[in-house]
Every structure is written in C-alpha cells, then in structure tokens.
Design a binder for this molecule. Structure first.
Ligand code: ARG
Ligand code: ZN
Length: 871
C-alpha cells in the first residue's frame, strides 16, 4: 500500500506558466548508460510575480546549474525527486543545466530510451522531464535547437525540424545539429540515433514546395515501409484538399521502433511509430494491418496542424487534439475505403471500447476535470467519443459552417496552446449559432440512452415520432442534463422502398431531428404508406437507442435500407436479440431460422460490397453482448453466440462454401480496399463455417491455411483452425511458428491467436506461453499480444469461474508495473467492469483489484486506475 495518497491535478487550478522559455539549445552526448544532456534556456518571467523558477525533472542526475553564466552553489537551488527550484531569479536570464541519464535501463519507455540498440524518445505526455529540467507542460512553447553527438556506431542522428549542421569528431564520433523553427511544447520533442535504413520520397505541396519524405526502419526493412509512404503522401494531399492544410517544413520523417508503449507519436517533423503500425508487406501483414497503418500514418500526419501548430493549453484539453485528429483520420479513411464500411468499423470499435468504459467505474467526460496521471486518460472516451462529438458538431451546423469554423480555428490559434472552449467558439461564430448546450458533450460522462416510439395515423397520413433521452449516472456525476443530439432519420415502406415525407412543409427523404430536451416529438406528414422508421442513420450520435420496432421492421431495414449503416445495424440487432434470448434460456428457434434465411438473401445481393457483407456476417462480439444485458454471464453468451453461428453455418453451408471458393484470388496481392473486402468476405465465410467443427470444415480451413499466399489468408486459416481445434490446429500453429519465428510482428500474431482460443485449455496454454522463449514482457507489443488479447478478446476464458483468469491478469499487471507503469496501467481495464458481471465473478474480479492495491510500491498510474475501478 502507498504511504501517501497522491494528490489529483484539477482543471480548476489551471494557472498560466510562471516563466516562459522562448529558445532552448540542447546538447546530447549519447551513451547507452551515461548520456549527458546540456540545456541552455532563455527564460522570461511571465507576469508580475516573485515566484521561484520551478522545473520538472525526474530520474535525472544533476551535474550543474548556472544562471547567466554563474554556477549555482548547492544552497542556491533545491532538488528533490520531482523538481529543481531556483529562487530569486531575474526577470529574464539564461539558465544552463547539465544532467546525466541512463537510457539503456529505462524500461518504462518514456523519456530517452533504447530499443533494438538505438536511441529513441517518447515524451508525451510527461516524458521530457526524464530528459532534462524543464517546465513540462504543453503551454510553454519554445524554439528548439538540438545538437546530438554520438559514436559513429549510431550513424543516423535525428531530431525535429531541419538539419543545419553535421560533422565528424575525433575518437570515432560524429554530430548533427537540428533546428525547429516552429515553437513547440516539449512533449513534441524527439530524438533518434542509430543504424537505420531509409525509404525516401518527395511530395510537392499545394503551393509548389518540395518536401523530402523519409521513413527510417530496421536495416533490411525499407521495402516494408512502402505502404506507409504511400499512405503518407495520400494523407498530405487529403489534408490540403479537405482542410486546406499544407505541410510546413522541408522535411518529414517517420521512424519505426519495436519497443513502444502506444501506437505512434506526432513529434514535429519526426513522427515515431510502433513498428506494428508502419511495416507491411503481403507476406507478413494482414489487410487489417494495412488499414491501421493507413489510418495511423494519417492520424499522426494530421496532428501537424491539429496538435503541433495548435496545441493544448493543459492536458485536460487532450481531446482538443486527439478527438479532432481521430475525426480527421476517420474522415480520411472513409474517403479512401468507403464511407459506410468505415463507419461501421468505427462504430464497432466505439461500442467495444468507449461504451464499455462509459458504463463502468472508469467513465469520464471527453474533457475530464481531474487526474493523477494524464497517461491514464489516453482513452477511448478522449479519442473515439472525442471524434464523435466533432462529427455531431458537423452534422448540427452543416459542412460549410464546419469548414468555416475550422478555418477560423486555424487562423486564430496557429502557434498557440488553447482550449476546447476556444475551439467551440470558432464554430459558434462561423455558424452564428449558440453552441453553449453543445458543450455538455465535453463535460458530461456516460452514454445517453434514447428511446424512440412512433405512431402512424393512416387517416391523416402523419407519423409522430417521439424520442426521449436519459443519461445514466457516472462516477462523480449523479445527475445529468439533456444534450443536443442529432438523430438522422428516414422512412421506408413495408416493401422496403424509401418513402418521402413532409417536415414543416418541406418534402424530404431524410431529416435530422435535434433533440434538445428530455423528450422531443416531431410530426412527419404526407406519409402515404405504413412506415418503417430508419433512425440514427449513419450512427448520427454516440448513444444507445431502443425503439418500438418489431423484428419484421428490422427485416425490412436489413433487406433494403439505403443507409448501409442501418442495414448492418438491423442485422446486428436481430442477432443480438436472438443470442440474448438463447443465453437467457429462451431460444427462439423460429426466429433463428428466419434470421438465417434473411442473411442468405443479404449474401446473395450482387450489388452489395463484399467488405460490407463481411461485416454483416460477423455476429455481435461477446464483449458487445455483455454490455447489452446485465449482469453478464460470459459463458452463456459465448454458448448462445456459437449456437447462432452454428445455425447460420448449417443453414448457409452451401452459400458459404460457394463464396469461399468463388472468392479465391489468383494473381498478385494488392492491399486496396476492394481486394481487401473480397478477402475479408472469404475469411468471414470460413470463420462462420468454422462454427460447425466437422472434419470437412477442419480440412477446408487447413487447406485455406496451406494455400494462403499472403498473411491475411494465413491468419484467416489459422483463426478458423483455432476455433475448430484439434490436430489440424496444432499442426498449423507449429508450422506457423517455424516459418515466422524470426519476424517479431508475425510472432505477435501467433501469440494473439492462441490468446483468443475459447477452448477450455486456453488459459493453461496462455500461462504456459509466458514461459515461451519468445515471450518478452518488456516488449509492449508482445505483452499485449498475449495478455491484453486474452483479457479483452477471450471473455469466456478470462471469466473462468475459478477466477484463475483474473489472477493471471493481476499477476501480469503487478510484474509489469515494476518497470513499465504506463503499459501496466493499460492492462487494468478488463477488471474494471467487475460490477457488470454476476456477483460470483464480480467479487473475484474485485478481489484481484484489491490485491493489486495492497501491493508494495505501486506506480501512480496503476494506483489511480485501480482506485477508480474499485471506487
Ligand atoms: N499523441 C499520440 C497519438 O497520436 C499518443 C501519445 C500517447 N501517450 C500517452 N502517454 N498515452 O495518439
Ligand atoms: Zn493522436
């Protein structure tokens, strides 16, 4: 147990920085265990006050401090584990410090550390203080000049901005000097040094400037950066077209590293990526990898404007850059890969991660108001719900006013650190609308529940639609207010044809109803035929909606809603109800048959996009189902879901087999969306067939695995074999490992597929794998492949009634917390939902949280999450 309770940081305590730093010169003398960092800061007092200069600094060995060239005696400064304090400083002065750090032993992967024999950095959110003494907060913007000196065994010496000088030194050493002309907060600082291969390209911007593009990767891997390079160029062009944003430096660099706590980081001019989100070729990466690479490359690039040029005043404003940038990358992906399919995937992810978070003890607003460790707030709520909020804003004010608001935001705040209020103000001004109610979306946690009912008056040909909203309480927010919620809706008739209607005298095919009160009613006129309501089209708001629709209405939508999101949603709703009924011991066999028939018709629709059909075929995930009815019984849900899948597999066997053989591809692999969609459908067909574990299916899956000409199909085959189990699976696993053991990213997949295995033996297997020579818990990718995959994507085995799954996770959290608190904290989440499960399980989950909390020397990161989870 911790001896003192850490004190939270509060938004309401925000004060502008006491000192500003206009310029800084850093000099790194790199050595794995003894790196020296000299910093020369031009400091200026901000406002009239007599405060001492107080700089953050952690795990730094202080060598010297000087003010205006005069070295300070020990009595003239104060140093503790977190700060360097210098009292009585002038209003403007030069501060020089020198510190020593140990990158090699930095296994927290925050600050300056080593990965694969190279130096690299991760500073967001508060890692810069592990490099040098600094006011480590995002509202101190400075121009950085960085000199890097190292042994020539580290051939590439990189930092932000432009290379202004480089040269040779005696003793086998060399140096490089970088200057970044754009003032930036320290969390955007980056440094990389080591042996790397580079893939180079160029891009001419909209104003005709040529930008050099370089992607640095492990030696030998440059060909695998080709897709990322292509995605980068498309992102740069897209940002010019969609938002009028041009790149600003002459050079843009990306570096891939193997040991990385997160996905990627938008350091100015020098993005650093987890190699899993950068490297791809057909043999080692799946279509899903390609898709994620495209979206993350775009995300980090888009941050150059939404994050770097305009940054956050404080970390409570994190969604200002993250929610907005996710919105931008989702819009980009939709343009690249198709709007409906992209939207469905984004909503699936939102529901799986954000809705779960919002229903549990870790629920927090898109803009939180207090934290212990900001690293714990890089959540689905900040990112994904943050993006949904912007999407709604665009729906509410329309695309033109939205674009005008963005233009105003860029113009007004370029070069500054700002707040969500100021961001919203730009849209209020651009649209001439009062958006004060809208701000509730940022301050109120929880997922609003909508209930929609409609009444059709045949004689008057009117339809009255009533929509009520209510947001359940969340920790610290017992009562909630109504929010402005855009509900996009249209009408079909019983035959599935679109029917037009009149709203306020205007003839429409579709309309957006904006809820503003607890209850909103709209009257649609000229509704000639009995209608089927298609509401919340495109998932126009991040809410849970229940309606008075009957299964027959859902079948109409599933067959013919022109809104593809709602067509998919109707299928999911039908499936969800059938699975929940079965899990509750009341299987609706007739309903299941009817559903199987409807799915068969949907599959035979020649006009439908294969990628869309693949999504249609995938039944709601077990975590998704666990949210729908509480307390959740993971074992019953798993069984019920498998039973429905089996029925589909049997009923649709011929169609699925035909799809499977018909979509077999010959010729060269292409990662484009259409080809990926065909592979997705073929693999989805196989996955569904695998619900019927006959010898014939195992043979089909093994054949699929063996014939695979790319990783997408190899994984499709392996995953299907995993579901079937037996000797074919074991043989394939062995074959896969033997083939790929030298490829870390592929070995991650090998661990992950075993972690997802719903078979009874899986927990034992997963525990055994922690002793496998290839299991390295210091590498976050490897750790997550096994441990997070198991805890998040294998509910039936994680929630083993013995509690062994929980104990396993808690042991991992405690072990990892010793050296990597951020990554340990990210593992807490699956235990956080303990209240949503049957008490027998919930109490066991809670007991593990309590055991973690009682452990000696817990990090602030894990302490905060476990305390909130228990709270
Ligand atoms: N800003 C990075 C991004 O684009 C993520 C940084 C994650 N840092 C953290 N402490 N969780 O999404
Ligand atoms: Zn981001």
């Amino acid at each position: 147990m911790r001896t003192e309770t850490p004190q939270p940081i509060r938004l309401s305590d925000y004060r502008p920085p006491a000192f500003l730093i206009d310029e800084v010169a850093l000099a790194f003398d790199l050595a794995p265990n003894t790196t020296r960092v000299k910093a020369r800061l031009s400091v200026r007092r901000n406002g009239a006050h007599a405060d001492p200069l107080k700089l953050n600094g952690e795990r730094l060995k202080l060598i010297s401090v000087a003010v205006d060239g005069r070295a300070l005696a020990e009595a003239e400064r104060e140093v503790d584990a977190e700060f360097l304090t210098v009292p009585g400083v002038p209003d403007a002065f030069v501060l020089e410090t020198e510190v020593e750090i140990d990158p090699e032993n930095n296994k927290a992967l925050e600050g300056l550390y080593m990965s694969g024999g190279r130096f690299c950095t991760q500073c967001e959110a508060e890692g810069f203080r592990k490099i040098t003494y600094w006011p480590d907060r995002p509202d101190v913007l400075s121009r950085f000049t960085v000199r890097i000196e190292a042994d020539k065994a580290f051939p590439h010496l990189l930092s932000n901005g432009n290379l202004i000088e480089k040269g040779e030194l005696s003793g086998g050493r060399h140096y490089a000097v970088w200057n970044d002309p754009f003032p930036k907060p320290c969390y955007l600082f980056a440094l990389v040094a080591g042996a790397l291969d580079v893939l180079e390209d160029k891009l001419v911007t909209m104003s005709g400037r040529t930008v050099d593009l370089r992607i640095y990767v492990d030696p030998g891997m440059a060909p695998r950066a080709a897709y990322a390079m292509d995605a980068l160029k498309r992102s740069m062009k897209w940002d010019e077209e969609a938002f009028g944003r041009e790149y600003d430096l002459d050079l843009f660099m990306i570096v891939a590293v193997r040991d990385f706590n997160f996905g990627a980081m938008e350091n100015k001019g020098l993005n650093i990526f987890n190699s899993s989100l950068l490297l791809a070729d057909p043999a080692t990466a799946t279509d899903m990898d390609y898709e994620r690479i495209e979206s993350v490359v775009a995300h980090e690039y888009f941050h150059n404007w939404t994050g770097d040029r305009i940054t956050c005043r404080d970390w409570f404003q994190l969604c200002l850059k993250e929610g907005l940038t996710v919105f931008r990358d989702q819009s980009f992906s939709a343009d690249m890969r198709g709007h409906a399919v992209q939207r469905i995937k984004d909503v699936k992810a939102l529901r799986a991660r954000q809705f779960a978070e919002d229903q549990g003890p870790l629920a927090h607003p898109v803009r939180p108001s207090s934290y212990l460790k900001i690293d714990n707030f890089y959540t689905a709520t900040i990112y994904e719900k943050g993006s949904e909020v912007i999407r709604m804003l665009k729906t509410l004010i329309g695309p033109e006013a939205f674009r005008a608001g963005m233009d105003l935001y860029f113009e007004r705040w370029d070069g500054h650190a700002t707040t969500v209020e100021e961001f919203i103000k730009c849209f209020a001004e651009a649209s001439g609308r009062d958006l004060s109610d809208f701000f509730g979306w940022y301050e109120q946690a929880g997922t609003p529940r909508l209930s929609l009912s409609s009444a059709y008056d045949v004689a008057r040909r009117t339809l009255e639609v009533e929509i009520a909203q209510e947001t359940p309480p969340t920790p610290g927010q017992p009562t909630k207010t109504a929010l402005p919620i855009p509900v996009r809706l249209g009408l079909l008739d019983q035959d599935g044809r679109t029917q037009a209607f009149l709203r306020d005298g205007e003839a429409l095919d579709e309309t957006v109803v904006v809820l503003s009160e607890a209850k909103t009613t709209v009257r649609l006129e000229g509704v000639d035929r009995p209608p089927v309501v298609s509401a919340l089209r495109g998932f126009s708001a991040p809410v849970v909606m229940t309606t008075d629709a009957q299964p027959k209405d859902r079948y109409v939508l599933l067959a013919g809603d022109p809104d593809l999101f709602n067509r998919w949603e109707a299928g999911q709703e039908l499936a969800r109800e059938l699975i929940l009924a079965r899990a509750a011991g009341q299987p609706d066999e007739v309903g299941e048959e009817r559903f199987a028939e409807a799915m068969g018709r949907a599959l035979s629709d020649q006009a439908a996009d294969p990628a869309f059909k693949a999504l249609l075929l995938a039944m709601p995930s077990e975590p998704d189902l666990a949210l729908a009815r509480q307390p959740a019984d993971p074992a019953a849900l798993h069984e019920a879901r498998e039973a429905l899948r089996l029925r589909l597999a049997v009923h649709l066997a011929e169609d699925l087999k035909r799809l499977h053989s018909g979509l077999q591809e010959s010729g060269e692999f292409s990662p484009d969306a259409a080809s990926a969609g065909r592979r997705a459908l073929r693999n989805a067909a196989l996955e569904l067939l695998a619900a019927n574990p006959k010898a014939e299916t195992a043979e089909l899956a093994l054949g699929h695995y063996r014939a695979a000409g790319n990783m997408t199909d190899a994984m499709g085959g392996l995953a299907a074999l995993m579901l079937i189990g037996g000797p074919e699976y074991e043989a394939a696993l062995e074959d896969f490992y033997a083939k790929w053991k030298a490829e870390p990213l592929v070995v991650d997949k090998w661990f992950a597929v075993q972690a997802r295995d719903p078979d009874e033996t899986a927990l034992g297997r997963v525990m055994g794998l922690t002793a496998h020579p290839a299991f390295d818990p210091k590498n976050p990718n490897r750790l997550r492949a096994l441990v997070s995959t198991f805890a998040n994507f294998n509910p039936v085995r994680f929630h083993d009634p013995s509690g062994a799954g929980y104990r396993f996770l808690a042991d991992q959290i405690l072990a990892v917390d010793r050296y990597n608190p951020m990554t340990a904290a990210r593992l807490v989440d699956p235990l956080g939902g303990w209240r949503r499960y049957a008490p027998a399980l919930g109490q066991l989950m809670k007991a593990e949280l309590e055991r973690i909390l009682a452990s000696e020397g817990l990090s602030k990161n894990v302490f905060e999450l476990v305390t909130r989870a228990l709270g």
